[in-house]
Design a protein around this ligand. Structure first.
Ligand code: DCP
Ligand code: MG
Ligand code: MG
Length: 583
């Protein structure tokens, strides 16, 4: 319960503000989740699509669709053939090349970062941002005039009092949980949690308005004191809405906490941080059977006799479980999440390009594929690591130098003789210092790629696979890691340079063309591991997958609409064939 108290006065939005040590409990965070993101990227390019039912296709699946299509019965992760049957006039666009989504995602991230003081904007997947706006809320609640709240002005730049927007600080912007008549809510104490959340709701409304009217994307938002609560409350009014989780955040006397009121009806499976294995263990403990289909809610777990951190530790702990899982789960069930919104980085920590294969078993084909991957890798390095802001250096200057070259492969074991299915091995890899010639901007990319394969990658490959034949690979990955930023650049994104931010913001808004942004979110994610792959198919088309910002940053796969298993993109076609194959 102590943890609950700590959480009580935090404010989280689906844009998140950074906690400062002395206002640790007054964090204001929010989250923004763009509506039908991939579909919106196409709509921004071609506004005429907005009024039509639009679906984005990857393999045979609707990966997302716009809200016009949803009104007509389509939904995310539906089979294309079902979508066509339900809505014959659906407009289908291919979305397998992720470049434009990645670029739009970075552009939107940069936009948010240009506004939020301290740059505490964290990406979650491609289309969600947490913004820690604590500092902005500290400042703006500090300048409120309690005698004239309806004529307030939100300052977006403390150095220039004219930059900002007017707002009415006697009412929340957008929706609230619990739903309340806006006129009935009128906090007057500028330092209260209510007022902080109220002011934050206007900031989020303003940002969403800018996004919509100046860039063309609508987003849905949530406002609270932690990432967890901001994210969950952000789901309440979709699309193009925002919801603030109202205090009280702790129960007092007869008054229940709104956090519990809000969380208790959630299925535990829907709570971020509770994966399906944990949910299953909790469900079988609560319901008392090994396999259960019944979904249980946060309330069911929280109010279960004897429930608490020790019992959760007993149920969930054991080999393979992280230490302290009981306390972590108990906190989550009470909406307590002390994780911070992480500040973004301007350069990635690594860039890697990979592809998957149905069959790759000769040195010639490996050499050919390595050259293809290396060409993409060099292109990506030039896009992400070159600073082209100085007109006197037309080719640009390297903002960072990766020091290490890494080659990874994933060998494919022979099929299981009983079932005919194959199971994947883990990746194996080797690293070596990255030869400096790769940074030569006068040389063309094809020649550089050919040389890197000939001089480095092939010998690394031979060390990984000393046998001349007999191997068969399901994946190749070429990466540059161990990034060293140019002197001076490391400091550029720490601290706050409002002037620069606003210049950057203008640039972002003026040139809404999808180009490579000059900064990027944190990267470095473990390789995608698939413990079991569906049967191989000769029809699997190798698909370039670069994981510049993989892991958290990029959807690594989709849930199969038939069996619900999470399948990486490259394996989706094979997985569908697995379902359609006769038993
Ligand atoms: N995506 C994907 N594979 C998944 C889930 C999502 O490739 N399994 C992609 C397509 C989405 C984007 O990521 O457009 C963002 O995912 P969301 O779940 O936020 O979905 P949308 O933004 O499309 O829709 P919503 O309006 O419901 O947020
Ligand atoms: Mg979305
Ligand atoms: Mg999303």
């Amino acid at each position: 319960m102590a943890a609950l108290v700590r959480n009580d006065s935090r404010i989280i939005l689906h844009l998140v503000t950074p906690p400062r040590s002395h206002v640790k409990d007054l964090r204001t965070n929010f989250i923004q989740d763009y509506d039908c993101f991939y579909a919106s990227v196409f709509e921004v390019e071609q506004p005429a699509l907005k009024s039509l039912p639009l679906a984005v296709q990857q393999k045979q699946i609707v990966v997302t669709c716009n809200y016009e299509a949803r009104r007509r019965g389509l939904h995310k992760l539906q089979l294309i053939k079902d979508a066509k049957r339900i809505c014959p006039d659906v407009v289908i666009v291919m979305g397998e090349d992720l470049t434009k989504f990645r670029n739009a995602s970075k552009e939107l991230y940069l936009f948010a970062r240009s506004i939020v003081w301290g740059g505490r904007v964290e990406k979650l997947g491609f289309d969600e941002l947490f913004l820690d706006v604590t500092e902005m809320i500290d400042y703006n609640t500090g300048v409120l005039n309690p005698n004239d709240l309806s004529n307030s002005f939100f300052h977006l730049d403390p150095k220039d009092p004219t930059v900002g927007f007017p707002y009415n600080a006697t009412r929340f912007q957008g929706s609230t949980f619990p739903a309340t008549e806006p006129d009935l809510i009128a906090p007057t104490d500028p330092s209260s949690l209510e007022m902080r959340l109220l002011v934050a709701s206007h900031l989020q409304g303003h940002l969403r308005g800018m996004l919509e009217h100046q860039i063309g994307f609508t987003a849905t938002g949530g406002i609270s004191t932690s990432k967890l609560l901001a994210k969950l409350v952000g789901n309440v009014h979709k699309p193009n809405g925002q919801t603030t989780l109202l205090p009280p955040y702790t129960a007092t006397g007869e008054t229940p906490s709104n956090v519990s009121l809000f969380l208790d009806d959630h299925e535990i499976r829907k709570i971020p941080g509770i994966g399906s294995r944990i949910a299953q263990k909790l469900e079988s403990h609560i319901i008392g059977q090994e396999t259960v289909d019944e979904a249980i809610t946060v309330r069911d777990v929280r109010q279960f006799p004897g429930m608490g951190a020790p019992l959760l530790e007993k149920v969930l702990g054991g080999p393979g479980s992280p230490k302290g899982i009981g306390m972590r789960m108990w906190n989550i069930l009470h909406g307590v999440d002390n994780s911070e919104v992480l500040e973004g980085r301007d350069v990635p920590t690594q860039i890697s390009i990979e592809d998957s294969y149905g069959r790759l078993d000769t040195l010639d084909s490996v050499r050919r594929e390595l050259e293809i991957l290396t060409r993409s890798l060099i292109r990506r390095m030039r896009t992400d690591l070159l600073d082209t802001s100085d007109d006197t250096v037309p080719q640009g200057q390297w903002r960072a130098h990766p020091r290490t070259l890494r080659l990874s492969t994933r060998p494919r074991p022979p099929p299981d003789t009983d079932t005919g299915r194959t199971y994947s091995y883990n990746r194996i890899s080797r690293s070596t210092p990255l030869p400096p010639f790769i940074f030569n901007l006068d040389e063309n990319i094809d020649a550089l790629a050919e040389r890197l394969v000939r001089e480095s990658l092939i010998s690394m490959f031979r060390k990984l696979h000393p046998e001349k034949s007999g191997w068969n690979l399901s994946l190749l990955n070429v990466a540059v890691t161990n990034m060293v930023e140019r002197a001076g650049d490391q400091k550029k994104h720490s601290g706050r340079d409002i002037g620069k931010m606003f210049r950057q913001q203008e640039t972002v808004l003026r040139e809404w063309t999808v180009h490579e942004p000059e900064s990027s979110p944190p990267v470095e994610a473990p390789p995608i591991e698939v413990s079991r792959l569906p049967p191989e198919s000769p029809e699997i088309q190798p698909q370039l997958e670069d994981d510049w910002d993989d892991g958290d940053d990029e959807p690594v796969g989709m849930e199969c609409p038939i069996c619900g298993v999470s399948i990486p993109h490259f394996a989706q076609l094979a997985h569908q064939m697995y379902h359609s194959a006769p038993e």
